[in-house]
Structure formats: C-alpha cells, structure tokens
Design a protein around this ligand. Structure first.
Ligand code: FAD
Length: 455
C-alpha cells in the first residue's frame, strides 16, 4: 500500500510539473514565435522599440488570459493532478498580471504609434479607436478591468455570488471581442504563419475546453443519469440530507471527499448552482448530499419537493484518498465540514490504527453525521475523538477552552502527526488555525489537505 501510494504521488507530482512546464512554455512560445518571425527587425528607433514592447506585452498578456480560461475550464486532468481549488488559486493569481500586461500593451502601442506619426497620444488614441477591430479591443480591455476589479476580495464580498459570477462570465466576451484586432492589426499574426496557427489553436483549446467541460458535458451527464430528489431528511436545525436517485451513478466514479456543482430545477432554485460535497459515496442508483442553511439559496434547497430534477457538474476535487502521501491519516472536521470527511472515510481503504479522527463542534447541536463517522471509524479500527465547547476569548485557537486548559495540542491528539496526511474541513478562519498549528508541528504542504467551502 505504502509503495503504491508513493508511486501514485510521484506520478501526480510529475504530471503537475508537466502542467507547469506547459504553462511556462506557452508564454515562452508566444514570444519566441514573434521573434522568429522577425519581430525585432523593424526596431530602428525609440518609437519602433516601444511598439515592439507593446506587442510583446500584448502577446504575453493574452497568452496568460487563455491559460486562465483553461485553468477555469474544470478539465478532469487538471483536477486529478492538482485539484480544482489549486487550479483556481493560480487562475486568480494570474488575473492582475494579465490585466497589467494588457493595459501596458494598449499604452505602449498608442505611445509607439504616436511617436512614429509625430502626433500626440490623445490624437493617436482617437485614430486607433476609429480603426476597424480596435474599438472592440478597447471594449475587451474595459470588460477585463470590470472582471478583475469585481474579483478583488474587498469588492467581491459586497456582491451576492451570482452577480460576481455573471460579471466573471463577461471575461469570455472580453477575450473574444479582442480576437479580431489580434488577427488583423499590425500584421503580427499574418495569414499562413505558424504564429497565426499557434494562436488560433490556443483560442480553440481554451474555448473548446470551457464549452465542453463546463457546458456540454454537464448537460450530457445530467441527462444520462436522470438525477431526482428522492427524499429530504432533517438531521439538525438548519441542516438537511438530500437523498438523490438516478441511473448508473456509480459511473460518475466519485471518490469519497469530492464535491459536485448541483442545480435544482424548481422555480425558486434553478438560477443558482451550488458546490456541495457528497456526504456518502454514490451507489448505482443513489447519492446523498448534506446541506447547511448558510444563505437564501441553501435554505431553499431544504424545501425542494421530492421528484425535483437535479443537474450535476462534476464530481470534482482532490480532497480524496488519491492525494495521500504518508502512512497515517489525521482528520479534523468541524460543523458542516463533516460532509466530505464522511465520504472520504467511507471510501478510503484503511488498515486498523491507520486513521485518527477528531470531530469539533461548539456545542452538541453541531454534531451532524457524527454517528455515521463514528460507525465508519469503529469498522475501520480508527481512533475517534470529539472536542466540544466554545473557543476561549482572546486566544487565536481552533480548540475549545477546555481542551486548551487541559494542555491538548494537535500533536497530542495525533501522536504520529508528522507521519500523517492531515485532512481538514470546517469554517474558513477555523481551518486556517488548524493549518497554522499543523505547519508549526512540522507538516509539509504536501501532507496538508484542505477543502474550502468558499469562492
Ligand atoms: C467545494 C465546496 C464544497 C461544499 N460542500 C458543502 C457541503 O457539503 N454542505 C454545505 O452545506 N455547504 C457546502 N459548501 C458551501 C455551499 O456551496 C454554500 O454554502 C452555498 O452555495 C451557499 O449558497 P447560498 O445561496 O445559500 O448562500 P449565499 O447567501 O449566496 O452565501 C452564503 C455563503 O456561501 C458562499 N457561497 C455562495 N454561493 C457559493 C458558491 N456557488 N460557491 C461557493 N460558495 C458560495 C458565500 O461565500 C457565503 O459565504 C461547499 C462549498 C464548496 C466550495
């Protein structure tokens, strides 16, 4: 088992390296092709040097945007290799650099053209604005600014998720409306060149992946499995398990710990798809999710009638046994974060004593699915503990006041911690504190696995 895990981890890390290499190569190739087609031949003075720099920033910026689209396309290979959350974190990190490069592209080209024609920048901007295809490029930049600004954490938190999501979808339009100027302006991507083929292939790849994996495949999958609600079970105030039934659900090949994006087709819920973890591994005909009322949308889910049709996008995520790197397993769950933990434990092939589970709640009312996790742990011979009680005031900790005063630490709960993979799921700030303690205890990032319930 340990050897198989080592081989699997090595393969996954190698695949991750290949993905990073592809990303870097795509940027390098964009610049290399420009140089190979004599991009610098026309550089004779300051104006042409500024123009060339403007072209290069545009090529790199556009390449990064297309890479961002690929990262957001939910391609299974990327999800299996690094996980959708890591892919999206990189997607977010590339947003600002890409925008700055595109803004620099516009500014440098305007300046370069103005210098070579001997007119001022305002006059040159007006001329460019009236050039076919370039007005669309300006529109693309405007849309891109709106997308990046709306994604800044401070701005994003002011909007409901749907508004942010709708603005974000505009990024597809921003890229598409800028395409014509790339093909027509300046002759950089002239007909019959490898450059043109390369760029068109990148566009087809990025938009093809988005179209297929985010739109077509979910429709096919939802139709094929015919999922409907078969029952709603209240398991605590504000928390329901939604039982689902469908055809060949085992063919989804869901691993315990994964989530899907669900859309419930009732008048009040169809417009908002929710990412929700499987709280049990699907059988051929049934699946289950468990939802806590965290807002208007999730509250509505607890009231959908039996028979409601459900669309599925996924399963996604690497919060699974496939991410394991170490011989032991340490698990910490709090609140509704129990859901992926429950299916992870159900699905993981565990030997006796391999896993230790810690369930955390502020009070007894938060012990959702604890009885099921207890039963799974007993069957697998795993140690299981609970820690109930509020946190102490004024102390930055994820533990209860009682545990703190009894001298409990992460290492005392998990004696083989440094030899373990740690899986954590719970409220955001609480999770960060567990991770902080895990790092302080000597765990590496590869050993720490977190499922975040935010966007
Ligand atoms: C990978 C993942 C797995 C999850 N698994 C579960 C689960 O098993 N059980 C469960 O109860 N909840 C789970 N969630 C959280 C759940 O998706 C949100 O609570 C739910 O979508 C909130 O919708 P709302 O309309 O009720 O809330 P809103 O009023 O819109 O927002 C309430 C909170 O939910 C967050 N939220 C809203 N929409 C989304 C969205 N589409 N994606 C991510 N966060 C959103 C907001 O940041 C906000 O903090 C999971 C989230 C993620 C990302």
């Amino acid at each position: 088992m340990a050897r198989a895990r080592r081989i699997r981890t090595r393969r996954r890390l190698r695949a991750a390296d290949v993905l990073v290499t592809v990303l870097v190569t795509s940027v390098a190739l964009a610049v290399a092709l420009y140089l190979a087609y004599g991009g610098l031949n026309d550089v004779t003075d300051v104006a042409s040097a500024v123009t060339a720099l403007g072209i290069v920033t545009g090529l790199v910026g556009t390449d990064l945007i297309l890479v961002m689209l690929v990262l957001a396309a939910r391609i299974p290979l990327i999800d299996r290799t690094v996980g959708q959350d890591v892919a999206m974190a990189l997607h977010r990190r590339l947003g600002k650099p890409a925008l700055y490069l595109i803004l620099a592209h516009g500014a440098l080209l305007t300046l370069g053209y103005a210098l070579s024609s001997g007119v001022d920048v305002v006059a040159e901007t007006l001329t460019l604005f009236n050039t076919p295809d370039l007005a669309f490029a300006y529109l693309g930049v405007g849309l891109l600014v709106a997308v990046v600004v709306s994604s800044l954490v401070a701005v994003r938190r002011r909007f409901p998720y749907e508004v942010w999501h709708a603005i974000h979808l505009v990024s597809y339009a921003a890229v598409l409306v800028a395409l014509p100027h790339q093909l027509s302006a300046g002759g950089v991507l002239a007909d019959g060149t490898v450059q043109r083929v390369y760029w068109l292939a990148l566009y087809v790849l990025a938009f093809g992946a988005i179209g297929w994996y985010r739109f077509v495949l979910p429709v096919i999958r939802s139709h094929r499995h015919g999922i409907t609600v078969s029952g709603i079970e209240t398991i605590a105030p504000g928390v329901v398990s939604i039982h689902l039934t469908g055809r060949d659900l085992d063919r989804l090949q869901t691993a315990g710990g994964q989530y899907a994006i669900w859309r419930f087709w009732t008048a009040g819920t169809w417009w908002h798809a929710h990412p929700i973890s499987f709280s049990a591994v699907p059988t051929r005909t049934s699946a289950r999710i468990t939802v806590r009322d965290l807002g208007r949308g999730s509250r509505e889910l607890g009231r959908v009638p039996v028979g409601t049709r459900v669309s599925i996008e996924g399963p996604y995520g690497l919060f699974t046994d496939a991410a394991r790197t170490s011989p032991h397993l340490a698990v910490v769950a709090a609140g509704i974060g129990i859901t992926p933990i429950r299916s992870l434990l159900e699905h993981s092939p565990l030997s006796r004593g391999e896993a230790t589970v810690l369930l955390r709640g502020t009070d007894e009312s938060q012990s959702y699915l604890w009885n099921e996790v207890g039963a799974l742990s007993r069957t697998a011979g795993s140690a299981i503990y609970s820690m109930i009680g509020p946190r102490p005031r004024g102390v930055d900790t994820w533990m209860s006041a009682e545990a703190i005063s009894a001298g409990v630490t992460l290492s005392s709960v998990f004696p083989r911690l440094t030899d373990s993979d740690l899986y954590v799921c719970g409220p955001q700030a609480w999770t960060d504190l567990v991770v902080r303690d895990a790092r302080a205890a000597g765990l590496t990032d590869r050993q720490i696995h977190v499922e975040r319930f935010d966007w």
